[in-house]
Design a protein around this ligand. Structure first.
Ligand code: AMP
Ligand code: TRP
Length: 338
């Protein structure tokens, strides 16, 4: 028997400090675009952030900044549910239950853990290892069906499907949906401005490698002007960008910002060098990001207003998640059947 689950979008971002153009194009902008068509639930995942050390005052500030980033990027806290993970008990509770469903062998295959732990696997927190089971619980606590994320999170959404399927099978129910990763658009993987083979990241030691949502117009233009490229002119179609990672990245960023197709952009700039393309890209980036940066600054100036929005978001999130967790416990034999 397959039950039809109501479509519901769920995604999350960690308040671990700083938002980049990669977060904006790969996540926030797409979160805003999903609104109106289906129910959208967006979570500031502080329980995930503390899997590595977070200074308490910094975590509080970063959580508000991230909320401001969501709203400034077009996530409307009326249309969407916007809230902080630790404010809704369902996440920690279902996180434990799902970590009892997930298998060690599955967790051992998670590439992000291997990347993050590196040679230090003995010293990282237990939470960092369990992180994907908590992420599965985030999604399943809302019966989320669609999960917009960047390329790097695909494996975690696939693990969520395995956990959901094992739960349904073990308890002979059709309770959890199989969520789908939604990875689309011109910029699911925005690359570093200094190295076209590395993803743009807030943790890159070089600030010149990324555009921050808090950068002003001059800084953005300067970073784009200095971005690494090759010496060849732009090709006539996107096909010609193959094996030119830096060039491809800049064209993809332009495409994602303006909505124009990479082919059309190449056709327009064919034969011109990056000396001509970069100023156009800088103009597009500034025009697009300036209002967002300004709105973020306005919003963060009133932390009490952000806290009110997040409190209301947590109430609405709890109203969906608490009954789903209660039903999970009932299925597992922790509370009597009605
Ligand atoms: P993170 O900042 O790594 O916690 O990621 C938050 C969200 O932004 C996730 O959905 C990521 O997949 C997405 N994201 C982060 N960096 C990039 C990037 N360089 N390109 C595209 N998406 C990204
Ligand atoms: N792990 C995700 C990241 O680092 C953040 C995240 C936590 C998430 N829970 C989620 C994303 C649930 C989508 C759905 O980017």
């Amino acid at each position: 028997m397959t039950t039809q689950f109501k479509p519901r979008v769920f995604s999350g971002i960690q308040p671990s400090g700083g938002l980049t153009l990669g977060n904006y194009l790969g996540a926030l902008k797409r979160f805003a675009e999903q609104q109106g068509q289906v129910e959208t639930v967006y979570c500031l995942v502080d329980l995930h952030a503390v899997t590595v050390w977070q200074e308490p005052q910094a975590l509080l500030r970063q959580t508000r900044e991230l909320a401001a980033g969501f709203i400034a990027s077009g996530v409307d806290p009326e249309q969407s549910i916007l809230f902080v993970q630790s404010h809704v008990p369902a996440h920690a509770e279902l996180g434990w239950l799902m970590s009892c469903v997930a298998r060690m062998g599955w967790m051992n295959r998670m590439t992000q853990f291997k990347d993050k732990a590196g040679k230090n696997a003995e010293k990282v927190s237990l939470g960092l290892y369990a992180y994907p089971a908590l992420m599965a619980a985030d999604i399943l606590a809302y019966h989320g069906t669609h999960v917009p994320v960047g390329e790097d999170q695909k494996q975690h959404v696939e693990l969520t499907r395995d956990i959901a399927a094992k739960f349904n099978h073990d308890y002979q129910v059709d309770f959890f949906p199989m969520p789908e990763p939604v990875i689309e658009g011109a910029a699911t993987r925005v690359m570093s401005l200094r190295d076209g083979t590395k993803k743009m990241s807030k943790s890159d030691p070089s600030d010149a490698s990324r555009i921050n949502l808090t950068d002003d117009a001059d800084t953005i233009s300067q970073k784009i002007r200095k971005a690494r490229t090759d010496a060849d002119p732009l090709p006539g179609s996107a096909e010609g960008l193959k094996d030119r990672p830096e060039a491809k990245n800049l064209v993809n960023i332009y495409a994602a910002l303006t909505g124009e197709k990479p082919d059309a952009i190449c056709a327009r700039f064919e034969g011109q060098g990056f000396g001509a393309f970069k100023p156009a890209l800088a103009d597009a980036a500034v025009a697009h990001l300036e209002p967002i940066t300004r709105r973020m600054t306005e919003l963060t100036a009133d932390p009490a207003a952000i806290d009110r929005i997040l409190r209301r978001g947590a109430e609405r999130a709890n109203a969906i998640a608490a009954p789903i967790v209660e039903e999970t416990r009932r299925i597992m034999g922790m509370i009597p059947t009605r």
